[in-house]
Design a binder for this molecule. Structure first.
Ligand code: GLA
Length: 382
């Protein structure tokens, strides 16, 4: 099995767009190891679009941009592997990539063979310039077959933005992860919108085929390719917690060569990552809070963890500070079970409990609470 828990890594697109090079990738690989990202689980280093020459070679194969990657791609992959990381690359199901470079339509098997030769471990497969008369399932299944038969384990990331009801067919193409949404940009509005859109995909996400909310913008602060407005550390914390809680893959999009300590601490929070990477891989479920999903509402997800614990996430994407009441019977623990929760908020380390079957907490605007809970006996009269 190529992947059991949500894949993690770094991707060049959010910050660098076209501005990628052999040197950038090697330096990023160094930092992923020396600064503890690999140890925390971020093991895929992925080059996104814009790595190609505008034309295929005489042999029909894709050619890496000669200025950006003067030694070709294999030495880059070898270097990434030498650091203990896995190497990822990008192509597209259409006639061109989203940035107009040659893509894999009707070259699927040749490209899969090329990627295998270079030592690629991960393919992000986009959905631009779809040829007329072809549908998504056909195009993605073709590449799925090409990868599965290329002789190398290559993780398949179907990046069709949730379009054409991706969630309903992408698993039939063998995708290990698949984009449930359009592109995320570095703004509060975009993060909120993605969290909202995710509700329709979450029940299709499963072990070995995870719904992806797009690369993280944590630590970008408005800089780089999808910089836009930028966010503050509070919303980055909530963004990261939501992605982690809902089993989204976690791909860093910031420039980790120069990242603020606060953002790095968010990305490397082991307890939050452990909820995302829980080996049980249970599906998260939404339990609904005040008002359901509307602009001032607060999504609340629960996820059972291996070993009998439970994670609970309350995400205040609204502009108002809120007091949130969560009756435990919404989670499945009515008082009649004789059980309640002992709750540890993983960002603060503080402990909270429920009283008379209801947990109450205060969540400031843009903040979140993320708990790891133990199921314990209700102690009457204490
Ligand atoms: C699409 C994808 C992005 C990125 C760009 C590259 O928009 O959704 O994640 O890969 O293409 O062109």
């Amino acid at each position: 099995m190529i992947v059991r828990t949500p894949p993690m890594g770094w991707n060049s697109w959010n910050t660098f767009g076209h501005d990628i090079s052999d040197e950038l990738i090697r330096k990023t690989a160094d930092i992923m190891v020396s600064e503890g990202y690999l140890d925390a689980g971020y093991n895929y280093l992925v080059i996104d679009d814009c790595w190609q020459e505008p034309e295929r070679g005489a042999d029909g194969r894709l050619v890496p941009d000669r200025k950006k990657f003067p030694n070709g791609m294999k030495p880059v992959a070898d270097y990434v592997h030498s650091k203990g990381l896995k190497f990822g690359i990008y192509s597209c199901a259409g006639t061109l990539t989203c940035e107009g470079f040659p893509a894999s339509y009707e070259h699927e098997f040749t490209d899969a063979a090329t990627f295998a030769d270079w030592g690629v471990d991960f393919l992000k497969y986009d959905y631009c310039f779809k040829p007329i008369g072809f549908d998504g399932p056909t195009l993605y299944r073709r590449m799925g077959m090409a990868l599965a038969s290329c002789g190398r384990d290559i993780l398949f990331y179907g990046c069709s933005w949730g379009a054409d009801e991706t969630r309903k067919w992408i698993k039939s193409a063998g995708a290990h992860m698949w984009r449930a949404t359009g592109d995320l940009v570095d703004s509060v509005g975009s993060i909120k919108e993605h969290a909202k859109m995710f509700e329709q995909s979450v029940k299709y996400s499963s072990t070995g085929s995870f719904a992806d909310l797009d690369m993280l913008t944590v630590g970008m602060y408005g800089k780089g390719n999808v910089g836009v407005g930028g966010c503050d550390d509070l919303i980055y914390k909530t963004h990261f917690s939501f992605w982690a809680m809902t089993n989204s893959p976690l791909f860093i999009g910031a420039d980790i060569r120069n990242i603020k300590k606060e953002a790095k601490d968010i990305l490397l929070n082991r307890e939050v990552i452990a909820i995302n990477q829980d080996p049980g891989c249970w599906q998260p479920y939404e339990i609904g809070t005040k008002g359901g999903w509307n602009p001032s509402s607060i999504p609340c997800y629960v996820k059972m963890l291996e070993g009998g614990e439970i994670a609970l996430g309350i995400f205040n994407f609204s502009e108002e500070d809120c007091k949130i009441s969560t009756p435990l019977d919404r989670i499945g623990l009515s008082m009649g079970t004789g059980k309640t929760l002992e709750m540890r908020e993983v960002w603060t380390g503080e402990t909270e409990t429920a009283t008379n079957g209801v947990h109450k907490t205060f969540v400031p605007a843009h903040d979140c609470k993320l708990y790891r809970c133990r199921i314990v006996d209700i102690k009457y009269g204490v």
